[in-house]
Design a protein around this ligand. Structure first.
Ligand code: NAD
Length: 457
């Protein structure tokens, strides 16, 4: 497993193409999302009111604030987009991550908030869809400066009653983590002491550290949920997970890192390639994940890792593997490179990892896709467990192992159920899994909104 390989099946043609994973603007992403709602709306005979609801946003909050940075000041803007909530807001909150990444824009957050609405509907969770973020690169901040960003952001959002367990519950996303969720919770608790804003502070934010009311199993839940669905899809397709199945994972953060580790250690797949934003490594005989993980922790990237060939992110996407897991940024598989994808199955760990134009190309080439609104729901599923548990009695540390076991069982049940529902819908409509997922999500929301607002039809 550990010998260097020189057999990377990449042509010079691919290497040249590599410089450019095509750039898709957030506005173009948003326009494409609206077109998809129209297209699927026609396919399912959706009433005009549903299309109108789904294209609008309940609330878009933007607030600017000052933070300390490197001894000086910086002016930042936090954006929180609340899409639609087919459940009762005030009882069933909006739900969605907070992203810290230079690419954050209002249009991008709109798309990601829409995805959350559909994702929660498909997994049958009592949440509306939201997303928030700040256009910063967190790696450029000291811990104390980053804490200042998170605390000032929280103070601004509190002016709009966010976070709140019944109104809007944030969670980690790209560039944010459990520690930052604790900083949010801690700031809210401090304010609550004076103003009694919130009935139940721990339930106002999920993805917290386990010692601070977080749910055991939340950290790797997105990756684990995705792998559970891969297992289910292979079974439904008459195949099996086995070490013969090779896998490439793009991104080595929360989703990608855990996907690669668990794929090898728990699900028995062979990891052929992994990457982070600086590039990746490939070994046709399998990457030794323990060694690669150690290297990444010690060096902060895969640069110099001796037991594999070094590849770019664009090369990783077109490797000859069975399973491809894009788990970094949006818009990685586009109309430009879709014809070069060789995997049999693509499981979208990243939200919007595949563009609308790339989907029909993958389908025409016989590639099965588990779309992000299905495949990466594991995080919000275990966030739901955390939110629910935070509203009840507080577990003692001695109960953590039992909670972890329960979380794994519930995650397994919900992820398999969701995948099977979409699979059956795809058989019924004779369409791809992504189309079936979008149809099913819109039908679920259609029913709920009809009841909520007594819409005709
Ligand atoms: P993260 O910040 O923990 O990790 C992101 C990873 O992507 C890092 O390894 C980074 O180096 C890499 N990366 C950044 N830019 C890249 C580029 N241009 N090319 C290749 N790799 C790049 O983020 P995360 O939480 O793992 O989120 C990744 C994706 O999964 C996002 O689309 C996010 O919305 C989605 N997602 C996350 C969760 C969750 O629970 N964290 C849940 C659902 C969906």
């Amino acid at each position: 497993m550990n010998t260097p390989v020189s057999t990377v099946a990449l042509s010079n043609k691919n290497r040249q193409k590599d410089a450019a994973i095509a750039v898709v603007s957030p506005q173009a992403m948003f326009d494409a999302r609206l077109r998809e709602i129209d297209r699927i709306g026609v396919a399912i005979g959706a009433p005009d009111w549903l299309i109108d609801e789904l294209k609008r946003f309940k609330n878009i909050i933007k607030r600017s604030f000052r933070v300390r940075k490197n001894g000086g000041f910086e002016l930042l803007t936090v954006i929180r987009v609340q899409h639609q909530n087919p459940n009762s807001t005030g009882k069933d909150p909006f739900k969605g991550g907070i992203r810290f990444h230079p690419g954050v824009t209002e249009e991008l957050l709109r798309v990601l908030a829409m995805d959350m609405t559909f994702k929660c509907a498909l997994a049958n969770l009592p949440f509306g869809g939201a997303k928030g973020g700040i256009a910063i690169d967190p790696s450029q901040y000291s811990t104390l400066d980053l804490r200042d960003v998170v605390e000032q952001m929280t103070m601004e959002l509190l002016k709009d009653r966010i976070p709140h367990p019944d109104i809007d519950v944030p969670a980690p996303d790209m560039g944010t983590n459990a520690e930052m969720m604790y900083w949010i919770e801690n700031k809210v608790a401090e304010m609550n002491q004076y103003f009694s804003l919130i009935p139940n502070v721990p339930a106002a934010v999920t993805g917290k550290p386990v010692e601070e009311g977080g749910m055991p199993g939340r950290e790797d839940a997105t990756a684990r949920g995705l792998l559970i669905q891969l297992d289910e899809l292979l079974k439904l397709s008459g195949m099996q997970i086995s070490p013969k199945r090779t896998t490439a994972v793009q991104g080595f953060g929360n989703v990608g890192g855990w996907a690669a580790r668990l794929a090898e250690s728990t699900f028995g797949l062979t990891i052929s390639a992994v990457s982070d934003k600086n590039g990746g490594i490939y070994n046709a005989n399998g990457v030794d994940m323990a060694a690669a993980d150690r290297w990444h922790k010690e060096h902060g990237s895969f640069a110099g890792y001796p037991h594999a060939d070094h590849i770019t992110n664009a090369e990783l996407l077109t490797l000859p593997v069975d399973i491809l897991i894009p788990a970094a940024l949006e818009n990685q598989i586009t109309a430009e490179n879709a014809n070069d994808i060789k995997a049999l199955i693509v499981a979208e760990g990243a939200n919007e990892g595949i563009t609308a134009e790339a989907h029909p190309i993958l389908r025409a080439n016989g590639i099965s896709v588990i779309p992000g609104i299905v495949a990466n729901a594991g995080g919000v599923v275990v966030s739901f467990l955390e939110w629910s548990r935070n509203r009840g009695p507080r577990p003692h540390k001695t109960e953590h192992a039992q909670l972890l076991a329960e979380a794994h069982v519930e995650l397994d049940t919900i992820m398999r159920d969701t995948l099977r529902g979409v699979w059956v819908a795809s058989q019924e409509c004779g369409c791809s899994l992504p189309d079936a997922a979008q149809r099913r999500a819109m039908e679920i929301i259609w029913k709920k909104l009809k009841r909520k607002h007594s819409y005709p039809d």
